[in-house]
Design a protein around this ligand. Sequence first.
Ligand SMILES: *[C@@H]1O[C@H](CO)[C@@H](O)[C@H](O)[C@H]1NC(C)=O
Ligand SMILES: *[C@@H]1O[C@H](CO)[C@@H](O)[C@H](O)[C@H]1NC(C)=O
Ligand SMILES: *[C@@H]1O[C@H](CO)[C@@H](O)[C@H](O)[C@H]1NC(C)=O
Ligand SMILES: *[C@@H]1O[C@H](CO)[C@@H](O)[C@H](O)[C@H]1NC(C)=O
Ligand SMILES: *[C@@H]1O[C@H](CO)[C@@H](O)[C@H](O)[C@H]1NC(C)=O
Ligand SMILES: *[C@@H]1O[C@H](CO)[C@@H](O)[C@H](O)[C@H]1NC(C)=O
Ligand SMILES: *[C@@H]1O[C@H](CO)[C@@H](O)[C@H](O)[C@H]1NC(C)=O
Ligand SMILES: *[C@@H]1O[C@H](CO)[C@@H](O)[C@H](O)[C@H]1NC(C)=O
Ligand SMILES: *[C@@H]1O[C@H](CO)[C@@H](O)[C@H](O)[C@H]1NC(C)=O
Ligand SMILES: *[C@@H]1O[C@H](CO)[C@@H](O)[C@H](O)[C@H]1NC(C)=O
Ligand SMILES: *[C@@H]1O[C@H](CO)[C@@H](O)[C@H](O)[C@H]1NC(C)=O
Length: 401
Amino acid sequence: MSTFKVIVICSALFASARGFGDKFRRKVSLELNPGLKPPASLPPGVALVHARGLGLNDTLHFLLCNHGAPALLLVHTNSTESEVKVDWPLFINSSSPGSLRVAPESSVQYSSALVFTRLWEYDDVNNTADPQQTAESSFYPPYELQNFIWSDQNATANQTDHMITLCGEAKTESFLNGSLCLKFSVFESAGRDQPWPSLLHNANSSQLNIWLDGVTPRGNCSRFVMEFQSVGDSGFQGRVDVRSSIDDEYTPSIFKVSEWVSSPLNSSGVWGFSQWKPVAYRKPSPVFEDATPCRHSPLVPVSRSPASTLVRAFFREHPQITGLNISFGVDQDPAFYSDTRYISWTVLMGMGDPPADSFSALIIIIIAVGLGTPLAIIIVGGVFVCVRKRMARSSGYEPIN
Ligand SMILES: *[C@@H]1O[C@H](CO)[C@@H](O)[C@H](O)[C@H]1NC(C)=O
Ligand SMILES: *[C@@H]1O[C@H](CO)[C@@H](O)[C@H](O)[C@H]1NC(C)=O
Ligand SMILES: *[C@@H]1O[C@H](CO)[C@@H](O)[C@H](O)[C@H]1NC(C)=O
Ligand SMILES: *[C@@H]1O[C@H](CO)[C@@H](O)[C@H](O)[C@H]1NC(C)=O
Ligand SMILES: *[C@@H]1O[C@H](CO)[C@@H](O)[C@H](O)[C@H]1NC(C)=O
Ligand SMILES: *[C@@H]1O[C@H](CO)[C@@H](O)[C@H](O)[C@H]1NC(C)=O
Ligand SMILES: *[C@@H]1O[C@H](CO)[C@@H](O)[C@H](O)[C@H]1NC(C)=O
Ligand SMILES: *[C@@H]1O[C@H](CO)[C@@H](O)[C@H](O)[C@H]1NC(C)=O
Ligand SMILES: *[C@@H]1O[C@H](CO)[C@@H](O)[C@H](O)[C@H]1NC(C)=O
Ligand SMILES: *[C@@H]1O[C@H](CO)[C@@H](O)[C@H](O)[C@H]1NC(C)=O
Ligand SMILES: *[C@@H]1O[C@H](CO)[C@@H](O)[C@H](O)[C@H]1NC(C)=O
């Protein structure tokens, strides 16, 4: 019984210490193509998704657009009245700077975008799974995401689960049966998705799950690399941190989390982040064996603005652009893309500090039992000894002074 009490007390202490209840909530709503009216129209399958996360004092806007290279833009304002204004003809025709803005502009505190630029494929004949060590001649021409055709499934914004999926394909034979899909989700409060990698999210973040399904590989040992760019205000700098954990309960066998964070030049405080676990999955409903590690390249400064309408329309002054590659697979891994013709990867993007995985209830109980049992034995033992002494005393065997 004592052990049980110790467990309960320890769990409660741990839980309160690590901010178990991140109670922060936002009122989330999703809209498609805000203010778009005929005759202006977007190409088939192309959409501008706007997710508004209303806080008590502030608003977090997430915008996802697949006109040009797909991009996810985050804008944080210190007003509850801020709105997205789009000059649709200018936005569609020329993506002129300022054709998409968040008004009032004085309320904007922070903005940052993540752009998916290219999908690289290489023939990994040496089985190193390391693009840096692979001869350039082994690379096939990359798939430029800005040229993708998006399927016109009349995407509807689901107000219940705050999710939307966009699927597209390259205009090549290898994509005849294949597609690249982006599933975008926004959240009202802290939690985690059921499917692996089960990233912890909060109300200040949104999630993109990206998968490549059914594409015909161009080589016998094809592996893929996804190229991203991060676009942000000048005055900020990016770095990738890798954090370790001792707990892999939510993402089996993965003890690391990678965070691409953005900090002001003169401080180390984190204002925005992209966070992922270094793992991809080879099946839509993966079992343990379908996990494959992935790795990121060093950050590279980029001088040309990415071919994303959303980014070109929103950022006016010269923004800061950095590129990064995520490559899927590990050396000597016998499974190439051709094995399942499927690879899926998930990234979280948000403002403030990235959510941190901490000890799960199971681990806490294990620790509590480990610490609690000896403690309980000491207490019980102590009580037993006291009682024995008292009994000895009351039974008349008083020691003589
Ligand atoms: C809202 O803003 C006020 C003043 O700016 C501040 O005192 C308060 O803590 C803020 N509330 C929240 C929930 O952020
Ligand atoms: C957009 O482009 C089309 C053709 O390229 C042109 O006819 C139209 O006037 C343009 N609209 C605006 C608002 O620039
Ligand atoms: C919002 O931030 C701007 C500066 O970025 C400041 O001038 C303004 O007073 C702030 N508004 C509120 C309501 O805090
Ligand atoms: C395979 O490895 C050899 C020796 O390390 C290297 O010379 C060759 O360029 C590699 N081939 C490819 C396609 O990367
Ligand atoms: C999309 O759905 C709306 C409402 O369900 C409908 O009015 C519209 O015609 C549909 N558009 C296409 C291209 O199917
Ligand atoms: C929205 O999502 C909920 C939960 O996943 C689902 O039950 C519902 O059918 C969806 N609605 C539409 C219109 O897709
Ligand atoms: C696409 O699928 C069809 C039917 O499943 C198959 O006949 C065809 O060979 C496939 N094409 C490619 C390029 O894989
Ligand atoms: C989310 O943002 C709000 C407003 O800036 C802040 O008060 C809150 O602490 C943040 N929540 C987390 C979990 O970072
Ligand atoms: C792929 O493998 C097949 C048979 O295993 C072989 O005929 C073909 O030449 C190989 N293709 C390449 C590009 O190596
Ligand atoms: C960083 O620099 C900006 C201007 O460049 C200044 O406004 C801000 O107060 C500085 N922040 C810190 C923490 O020094
Ligand atoms: C991504 O990898 C490709 C192929 O190795 C390379 O050409 C490109 O420069 C890389 N991009 C970044 C941002 O590192």
